[in-house]
Design a protein around this ligand. Sequence first.
Ligand SMILES: *Cc1c(COP(=O)(O)O)cnc(C)c1O
Length: 357
Amino acid sequence: MLDIKITKAAALKQKPDESNLGFGKIFSDHMFVMDYTPAQGWHDAQIVPYAPFALDPACVVFHYAQELFEGLKAYRTADNTIQLFRPDCNGQRMMDSAVRMCMPEIPVEDFVQAVKALVEVEKDWVPHSDGASLYIRPFIIATDVGMGVHASHNYRFCIICSPSGAYYAEGIDPVRIYVEDEYIRAAPGLTGFAKCGGNYAASIKAGAEAEKLGFAQVLWLDGVEKKYVEEVGSMNIMFKIDGKIYTAACTGTVLPGVTRRSCIELLKDWGYEVIEGKLAIADVMKAGHEGKLEEVFGTGTAAVVSPVKELDWKGDKVFINDSKIGPVTQKLYDTMTGMQWGKLPDTKGWIVPVCKG
Ligand SMILES: *Cc1c(COP(=O)(O)O)cnc(C)c1O
Protein backbone atom coordinates (compact mmCIF):
# COMPACT_ATOMS: atom_id res chain seq x y z
CA MET A 1 0.00 0.00 0.00
CA LEU A 2 1.52 3.31 -1.09
CA ASP A 3 1.29 6.50 0.89
CA ILE A 4 0.59 8.95 -1.94
CA LYS A 5 1.09 12.67 -1.33
CA ILE A 6 -1.11 14.82 -3.56
CA THR A 7 -0.15 18.35 -4.61
CA LYS A 8 -2.83 19.93 -6.79
CA ALA A 9 -1.97 22.24 -9.68
CA ALA A 10 -2.59 25.91 -8.87
CA ALA A 11 -4.32 26.49 -12.19
CA LEU A 12 -6.02 23.84 -14.30
CA LYS A 13 -5.65 23.64 -18.06
CA GLN A 14 -8.61 24.27 -20.29
CA LYS A 15 -10.24 20.96 -21.30
CA PRO A 16 -9.85 20.22 -25.01
CA ASP A 17 -12.55 20.05 -27.66
CA GLU A 18 -13.64 16.41 -27.52
CA SER A 19 -14.39 16.24 -31.22
CA ASN A 20 -10.72 16.54 -32.13
CA LEU A 21 -8.70 14.68 -29.49
CA GLY A 22 -6.60 12.36 -31.63
CA PHE A 23 -4.20 10.13 -29.70
CA GLY A 24 -1.53 11.10 -27.20
CA LYS A 25 -1.30 14.77 -28.04
CA ILE A 26 -2.81 16.44 -24.97
CA PHE A 27 -1.86 15.72 -21.37
CA SER A 28 -3.84 16.21 -18.18
CA ASP A 29 -3.06 18.46 -15.20
CA HIS A 30 -1.24 15.99 -12.96
CA MET A 31 1.15 13.05 -13.05
CA PHE A 32 2.16 10.33 -10.63
CA VAL A 33 5.86 10.03 -9.76
CA MET A 34 7.77 7.68 -7.48
CA ASP A 35 11.52 7.20 -7.22
CA TYR A 36 13.71 4.19 -6.49
CA THR A 37 17.07 4.13 -4.79
CA PRO A 38 18.88 1.02 -3.53
CA ALA A 39 18.74 2.35 0.05
CA GLN A 40 15.08 3.35 0.12
CA GLY A 41 13.51 1.13 -2.53
CA TRP A 42 10.46 2.70 -4.14
CA HIS A 43 9.61 5.78 -2.11
CA ASP A 44 8.13 9.25 -2.21
CA ALA A 45 4.95 8.37 -4.14
CA GLN A 46 3.37 11.62 -5.26
CA ILE A 47 0.78 13.10 -7.53
CA VAL A 48 2.07 16.46 -8.67
CA PRO A 49 1.27 19.02 -11.38
CA TYR A 50 2.23 17.75 -14.85
CA ALA A 51 5.66 19.21 -15.65
CA PRO A 52 8.95 18.39 -17.42
CA PHE A 53 11.66 16.46 -15.53
CA ALA A 54 15.16 17.83 -15.10
CA LEU A 55 17.48 14.91 -15.91
CA ASP A 56 21.24 14.81 -16.26
CA PRO A 57 22.21 14.32 -19.94
CA ALA A 58 24.31 11.32 -18.88
CA CYS A 59 21.29 9.43 -17.51
CA VAL A 60 21.35 5.74 -18.47
CA VAL A 61 17.92 5.89 -20.11
CA PHE A 62 19.15 8.34 -22.76
CA HIS A 63 22.04 6.15 -23.83
CA TYR A 64 21.14 2.52 -23.26
CA ALA A 65 17.34 2.63 -23.32
CA GLN A 66 16.75 0.94 -19.97
CA GLU A 67 13.05 1.79 -19.99
CA LEU A 68 9.60 0.18 -19.83
CA PHE A 69 6.10 1.40 -20.46
CA GLU A 70 2.47 0.33 -20.22
CA GLY A 71 -0.75 1.47 -21.82
CA LEU A 72 -4.32 1.22 -20.53
CA LYS A 73 -7.46 3.33 -20.50
CA ALA A 74 -10.06 4.81 -18.13
CA TYR A 75 -13.62 4.76 -19.44
CA ARG A 76 -16.67 6.83 -18.46
CA THR A 77 -19.96 4.92 -18.31
CA ALA A 78 -23.45 6.32 -18.98
CA ASP A 79 -24.06 6.65 -15.20
CA ASN A 80 -20.75 8.51 -14.82
CA THR A 81 -18.67 5.80 -13.26
CA ILE A 82 -14.98 6.01 -14.18
CA GLN A 83 -13.57 2.52 -14.66
CA LEU A 84 -10.52 0.56 -15.75
CA PHE A 85 -10.16 -2.69 -17.69
CA ARG A 86 -7.93 -5.36 -16.09
CA PRO A 87 -5.27 -2.93 -14.74
CA ASP A 88 -3.75 -5.78 -12.73
CA CYS A 89 -2.76 -7.43 -16.04
CA ASN A 90 -0.83 -4.31 -17.02
CA GLY A 91 0.82 -4.22 -13.59
CA GLN A 92 1.82 -7.87 -13.84
CA ARG A 93 3.17 -7.42 -17.37
CA MET A 94 5.22 -4.42 -16.27
CA MET A 95 6.74 -6.55 -13.51
CA ASP A 96 7.51 -9.40 -15.92
CA SER A 97 9.15 -6.86 -18.22
CA ALA A 98 11.07 -5.35 -15.27
CA VAL A 99 12.71 -8.69 -14.47
CA ARG A 100 14.01 -8.95 -18.07
CA MET A 101 15.29 -5.36 -18.02
CA CYS A 102 17.03 -5.67 -14.58
CA MET A 103 14.68 -3.04 -13.17
CA PRO A 104 13.19 -3.09 -9.66
CA GLU A 105 9.69 -4.54 -9.43
CA ILE A 106 6.68 -2.62 -8.21
CA PRO A 107 4.03 -4.76 -6.47
CA VAL A 108 1.01 -5.12 -8.75
CA GLU A 109 -1.29 -3.74 -6.00
CA ASP A 110 0.87 -0.62 -5.78
CA PHE A 111 0.79 -0.19 -9.57
CA VAL A 112 -3.01 -0.45 -9.59
CA GLN A 113 -3.31 1.87 -6.58
CA ALA A 114 -1.14 4.49 -8.30
CA VAL A 115 -3.19 4.30 -11.52
CA LYS A 116 -6.49 4.56 -9.61
CA ALA A 117 -5.27 7.47 -7.47
CA LEU A 118 -4.15 9.46 -10.51
CA VAL A 119 -7.33 8.70 -12.48
CA GLU A 120 -9.44 9.84 -9.54
CA VAL A 121 -7.57 13.16 -9.40
CA GLU A 122 -7.94 13.49 -13.20
CA LYS A 123 -11.53 12.19 -13.45
CA ASP A 124 -12.72 15.36 -15.21
CA TRP A 125 -10.25 14.51 -17.99
CA VAL A 126 -12.04 11.26 -18.83
CA PRO A 127 -13.93 12.22 -22.00
CA HIS A 128 -17.72 12.09 -22.20
CA SER A 129 -18.11 11.43 -25.92
CA ASP A 130 -18.81 8.01 -27.35
CA GLY A 131 -15.71 5.89 -27.86
CA ALA A 132 -13.34 8.43 -26.31
CA SER A 133 -11.34 7.55 -23.19
CA LEU A 134 -8.47 8.65 -20.98
CA TYR A 135 -5.30 6.89 -22.13
CA ILE A 136 -2.97 6.10 -19.22
CA ARG A 137 0.76 5.74 -19.79
CA PRO A 138 2.84 4.35 -16.88
CA PHE A 139 6.60 4.14 -17.51
CA ILE A 140 9.86 3.47 -15.68
CA ILE A 141 13.18 5.03 -16.63
CA ALA A 142 16.75 4.38 -15.44
CA THR A 143 18.13 7.54 -13.84
CA ASP A 144 21.73 6.67 -12.89
CA VAL A 145 24.18 9.24 -14.19
CA GLY A 146 27.12 7.66 -16.00
CA MET A 147 28.13 5.93 -19.20
CA GLY A 148 29.16 2.55 -17.88
CA VAL A 149 27.01 -0.19 -19.33
CA HIS A 150 25.31 -1.90 -16.41
CA ALA A 151 21.92 -1.93 -14.74
CA SER A 152 21.05 1.42 -13.24
CA HIS A 153 20.69 1.65 -9.45
CA ASN A 154 18.16 4.48 -9.50
CA TYR A 155 14.83 4.69 -11.29
CA ARG A 156 11.77 6.85 -11.70
CA PHE A 157 8.25 5.50 -12.17
CA CYS A 158 5.82 7.96 -13.67
CA ILE A 159 2.23 7.87 -14.94
CA ILE A 160 0.78 10.43 -17.33
CA CYS A 161 -2.72 10.66 -18.82
CA SER A 162 -3.92 11.77 -22.23
CA PRO A 163 -7.56 12.14 -23.30
CA SER A 164 -7.93 10.25 -26.55
CA GLY A 165 -10.59 10.26 -29.24
CA ALA A 166 -12.55 7.29 -30.51
CA TYR A 167 -10.18 5.05 -32.47
CA TYR A 168 -12.88 4.50 -35.06
CA ALA A 169 -14.28 8.03 -35.29
CA GLU A 170 -15.18 7.38 -38.94
CA GLY A 171 -16.41 3.82 -38.46
CA ILE A 172 -14.37 0.62 -38.46
CA ASP A 173 -12.15 0.65 -41.50
CA PRO A 174 -10.22 -2.58 -42.26
CA VAL A 175 -6.51 -2.06 -42.97
CA ARG A 176 -3.84 -3.29 -45.39
CA ILE A 177 -0.90 -5.06 -43.76
CA TYR A 178 2.60 -5.57 -45.19
CA VAL A 179 4.22 -8.87 -44.19
CA GLU A 180 7.76 -7.84 -43.28
CA ASP A 181 10.33 -10.05 -44.95
CA GLU A 182 13.55 -8.17 -44.23
CA TYR A 183 13.52 -6.63 -40.77
CA ILE A 184 12.65 -8.52 -37.60
CA ARG A 185 11.23 -7.33 -34.29
CA ALA A 186 12.22 -10.09 -31.89
CA ALA A 187 14.06 -13.39 -31.59
CA PRO A 188 14.31 -15.99 -28.83
CA GLY A 189 16.35 -14.60 -25.92
CA LEU A 190 15.70 -10.96 -26.82
CA THR A 191 13.07 -8.61 -25.34
CA GLY A 192 10.03 -9.24 -27.55
CA PHE A 193 7.77 -10.05 -24.59
CA ALA A 194 8.77 -6.92 -22.66
CA LYS A 195 6.98 -3.65 -23.31
CA CYS A 196 10.18 -1.65 -23.69
CA GLY A 197 10.86 1.38 -25.85
CA GLY A 198 13.86 -0.36 -27.42
CA ASN A 199 11.58 -2.79 -29.26
CA TYR A 200 9.86 0.18 -30.84
CA ALA A 201 13.09 2.00 -31.72
CA ALA A 202 14.17 -1.07 -33.68
CA SER A 203 10.82 -1.34 -35.48
CA ILE A 204 10.30 2.24 -36.66
CA LYS A 205 12.11 1.78 -39.98
CA ALA A 206 9.99 -1.16 -41.13
CA GLY A 207 6.81 0.70 -40.17
CA ALA A 208 7.92 3.83 -42.01
CA GLU A 209 8.73 1.89 -45.20
CA ALA A 210 5.41 0.03 -45.12
CA GLU A 211 3.55 3.31 -44.56
CA LYS A 212 5.24 4.78 -47.64
CA LEU A 213 3.76 1.91 -49.64
CA GLY A 214 0.28 2.60 -48.30
CA PHE A 215 0.10 -0.03 -45.56
CA ALA A 216 -1.18 0.65 -42.05
CA GLN A 217 1.29 -1.63 -40.27
CA VAL A 218 3.75 -4.46 -40.75
CA LEU A 219 3.13 -8.05 -39.78
CA TRP A 220 6.27 -9.40 -38.10
CA LEU A 221 7.47 -12.91 -38.81
CA ASP A 222 9.62 -14.90 -36.39
CA GLY A 223 13.17 -13.61 -36.20
CA VAL A 224 14.91 -16.90 -36.98
CA GLU A 225 13.29 -18.39 -40.08
CA LYS A 226 10.96 -15.52 -41.10
CA LYS A 227 8.41 -18.23 -41.57
CA TYR A 228 5.84 -17.96 -38.77
CA VAL A 229 3.49 -15.04 -38.01
CA GLU A 230 4.05 -13.21 -34.72
CA GLU A 231 2.31 -9.84 -34.34
CA VAL A 232 1.70 -6.47 -35.97
CA GLY A 233 3.23 -3.07 -35.08
CA SER A 234 1.57 -2.49 -31.71
CA MET A 235 -1.01 -5.25 -31.73
CA ASN A 236 -1.25 -9.00 -31.53
CA ILE A 237 -2.90 -10.68 -34.48
CA MET A 238 -5.43 -13.47 -34.95
CA PHE A 239 -6.46 -15.45 -38.02
CA LYS A 240 -9.76 -17.27 -38.48
CA ILE A 241 -9.13 -20.13 -40.88
CA ASP A 242 -11.82 -22.68 -41.66
CA GLY A 243 -13.69 -21.92 -38.42
CA LYS A 244 -10.69 -22.04 -36.07
CA ILE A 245 -8.79 -19.11 -34.57
CA TYR A 246 -5.00 -19.07 -34.69
CA THR A 247 -2.58 -16.73 -32.96
CA ALA A 248 1.12 -16.85 -32.05
CA ALA A 249 1.91 -18.36 -28.64
CA CYS A 250 3.51 -16.14 -26.00
CA THR A 251 6.83 -17.94 -25.82
CA GLY A 252 9.08 -14.90 -25.41
CA THR A 253 9.03 -13.16 -28.77
CA VAL A 254 5.46 -11.85 -28.75
CA LEU A 255 4.08 -9.13 -26.49
CA PRO A 256 1.46 -10.75 -24.25
CA GLY A 257 -1.42 -8.37 -24.91
CA VAL A 258 -4.20 -7.87 -22.37
CA THR A 259 -6.62 -7.55 -25.30
CA ARG A 260 -5.20 -10.74 -26.82
CA ARG A 261 -5.79 -12.81 -23.69
CA SER A 262 -9.23 -11.28 -23.15
CA CYS A 263 -10.27 -12.08 -26.74
CA ILE A 264 -8.98 -15.64 -26.37
CA GLU A 265 -11.06 -16.12 -23.20
CA LEU A 266 -14.18 -14.77 -24.89
CA LEU A 267 -13.65 -16.85 -28.04
CA LYS A 268 -13.28 -20.01 -25.94
CA ASP A 269 -16.44 -19.08 -23.97
CA TRP A 270 -18.24 -18.82 -27.30
CA GLY A 271 -17.10 -22.30 -28.26
CA TYR A 272 -14.35 -21.48 -30.76
CA GLU A 273 -11.24 -23.56 -30.94
CA VAL A 274 -8.30 -21.19 -30.35
CA ILE A 275 -4.87 -22.46 -31.31
CA GLU A 276 -1.91 -20.63 -29.78
CA GLY A 277 1.12 -21.83 -31.67
CA LYS A 278 3.18 -21.65 -34.82
CA LEU A 279 1.30 -20.59 -37.94
CA ALA A 280 3.33 -20.35 -41.15
CA ILE A 281 2.71 -17.27 -43.29
CA ALA A 282 2.73 -19.60 -46.34
CA ASP A 283 -0.26 -21.45 -44.84
CA VAL A 284 -2.08 -18.16 -44.18
CA MET A 285 -1.59 -17.10 -47.81
CA LYS A 286 -2.63 -20.54 -49.07
CA ALA A 287 -5.80 -20.41 -46.94
CA GLY A 288 -6.45 -16.97 -48.40
CA HIS A 289 -6.18 -18.23 -51.97
CA GLU A 290 -8.40 -21.20 -51.16
CA GLY A 291 -11.09 -18.97 -49.65
CA LYS A 292 -10.55 -20.35 -46.13
CA LEU A 293 -9.04 -17.24 -44.56
CA GLU A 294 -12.29 -15.94 -43.08
CA GLU A 295 -11.12 -13.15 -40.78
CA VAL A 296 -7.87 -11.49 -39.75
CA PHE A 297 -7.69 -8.92 -36.97
CA GLY A 298 -5.19 -7.18 -34.72
CA THR A 299 -5.89 -6.83 -30.98
CA GLY A 300 -4.66 -4.04 -28.70
CA THR A 301 -5.82 -1.53 -26.11
CA ALA A 302 -5.95 1.41 -28.52
CA ALA A 303 -8.23 -0.13 -31.17
CA VAL A 304 -9.57 -3.16 -29.25
CA VAL A 305 -9.73 -5.01 -32.58
CA SER A 306 -8.49 -3.86 -35.97
CA PRO A 307 -9.79 -5.87 -38.93
CA VAL A 308 -7.36 -6.59 -41.76
CA LYS A 309 -8.56 -6.56 -45.37
CA GLU A 310 -5.34 -7.38 -47.20
CA LEU A 311 -2.00 -9.12 -46.57
CA ASP A 312 0.97 -8.66 -48.93
CA TRP A 313 3.86 -11.11 -48.62
CA LYS A 314 6.73 -10.99 -51.11
CA GLY A 315 4.41 -9.67 -53.83
CA ASP A 316 1.66 -12.22 -53.20
CA LYS A 317 -1.60 -10.69 -51.99
CA VAL A 318 -4.67 -12.06 -50.27
CA PHE A 319 -7.88 -10.16 -49.68
CA ILE A 320 -10.08 -10.92 -46.69
CA ASN A 321 -13.86 -10.90 -46.27
CA ASP A 322 -14.58 -8.43 -49.09
CA SER A 323 -12.75 -5.67 -47.17
CA LYS A 324 -15.42 -5.79 -44.45
CA ILE A 325 -15.15 -6.49 -40.73
CA GLY A 326 -16.01 -10.15 -40.08
CA PRO A 327 -18.72 -11.34 -37.67
CA VAL A 328 -16.34 -12.71 -35.03
CA THR A 329 -14.22 -9.55 -35.10
CA GLN A 330 -17.38 -7.47 -34.75
CA LYS A 331 -18.67 -9.59 -31.86
CA LEU A 332 -15.35 -9.24 -30.01
CA TYR A 333 -15.42 -5.51 -30.58
CA ASP A 334 -18.99 -5.16 -29.34
CA THR A 335 -18.42 -7.35 -26.29
CA MET A 336 -15.14 -5.77 -25.22
CA THR A 337 -16.22 -2.16 -25.74
CA GLY A 338 -19.61 -2.98 -24.20
CA MET A 339 -17.94 -4.06 -20.95
CA GLN A 340 -15.40 -1.24 -21.01
CA TRP A 341 -18.00 1.50 -21.36
CA GLY A 342 -20.46 -0.27 -19.04
CA LYS A 343 -23.05 -0.94 -21.73
CA LEU A 344 -22.87 -4.70 -21.12
CA PRO A 345 -22.60 -6.48 -17.77
CA ASP A 346 -19.07 -7.37 -16.68
CA THR A 347 -19.54 -11.13 -16.77
CA LYS A 348 -15.79 -11.78 -16.49
CA GLY A 349 -14.81 -9.65 -13.50
CA TRP A 350 -12.54 -7.54 -15.69
CA ILE A 351 -13.85 -4.11 -14.76
CA VAL A 352 -12.32 -2.12 -11.90
CA PRO A 353 -14.38 0.92 -10.91
CA VAL A 354 -12.35 3.93 -9.74
CA CYS A 355 -14.83 6.60 -8.70
CA LYS A 356 -17.93 8.51 -9.68
CA GLY A 357 -17.18 11.02 -12.41
C1 LIG B 1 1.10 -3.04 -26.14
C2 LIG B 1 1.36 -3.96 -27.28
C3 LIG B 1 0.41 -4.88 -27.75
C4 LIG B 1 -1.01 -4.93 -27.26
O1 LIG B 1 -1.14 -5.14 -25.89
P1 LIG B 1 -2.50 -4.75 -25.14
O2 LIG B 1 -2.21 -5.06 -23.74
O3 LIG B 1 -3.58 -5.59 -25.72
O4 LIG B 1 -2.72 -3.29 -25.40
C5 LIG B 1 0.79 -5.76 -28.75
N1 LIG B 1 2.02 -5.71 -29.31
C6 LIG B 1 2.95 -4.82 -28.91
C7 LIG B 1 4.28 -4.81 -29.55
C8 LIG B 1 2.65 -3.91 -27.88
O5 LIG B 1 3.57 -3.02 -27.50
